[in-house]
Design a binder for this molecule. Sequence first.
Ligand SMILES: [Zn+2]
Length: 309
Amino acid sequence: MLRVVILGAAAGGGVPQWNCGCAVCREARRNPRELQSTQASIAISADGEHWYLINASPDLRQQVIATPQLHPKAGQLRHSPIAGVILTNGEVDAVAGLLSMREGSPFTLYAHERVLAILRSNSIFNVLNEKNVQRRQIEIDSAFEPALPDGTPSGIEVLPFAVPGKGAWYLEGKAHPAGGDGAGDTLGLRILDKSSGKYFYFLAACARVTDDLKSRLAGASLVFFDGTVWRDDELIAAGLGAKTGQSMGHISMSGDHGAIESLAGLDIGKKVFLHINNSNPALLPGSDERKAAEQAGWHIPADGTEITL
Ligand SMILES: [Zn+2]
């Protein structure tokens, strides 16, 4: 049985964002229980004892505190059930949480060479001493099985694959420390429970749904999918910024070729939006956008939700 805990469902900045007075952020300050959300990350486990994080968000410390599954084992002076972290990109909202895991507990970091190169080129990440935090390079289209702390297999097979996206925002217009053409900047993951054969997909960033991606996702028990914006020009229309969803490498939920339309009819057991920006009106319960997403079979999850498959 594979257990999945949604540690956070929000995009960069979270909900509410520290400097934002948009309708959703204002409502989230009034109604924290229903609307506040931390930045996107999930935790997975096949044995309920050892957990792997998919991305380490800037809110990681708060997420670990709020998640009993990730607390140190009773009776142990120093311990963490977190056996590893798997990174899908090098954005701040995927890697900054690593800095909150610098207290000497061993874990393994799994990432594409392009992301490992970013970490190597930023000396602050040296707080994760390689003696405790081993780096393992992952390859596109090459499945791997994260190891448990004693070196035995975890029972979870992870298949990284390339999805249309963008490189990290802070590297825009700058030389990437790994060079190259950008292949590997944005990964999707298929995560398979080896004992049951069940699997799900994790795509917190995706610029468009290709035919290849559709055929991958068809028939999955569960898909976490990029829910950054409701419509492509949402930040501009709300006066919050100058970027479209597409220019940030994110598909919109709605519209022609949006996520809802693109994934309709693919026989997916459960569809969950993740990485939802605070500008997105689908976050507001009762909004027309929320109703449209839910009527199309999508979930807007609350932090802490656990799903088993
Ligand atoms: Zn806002």
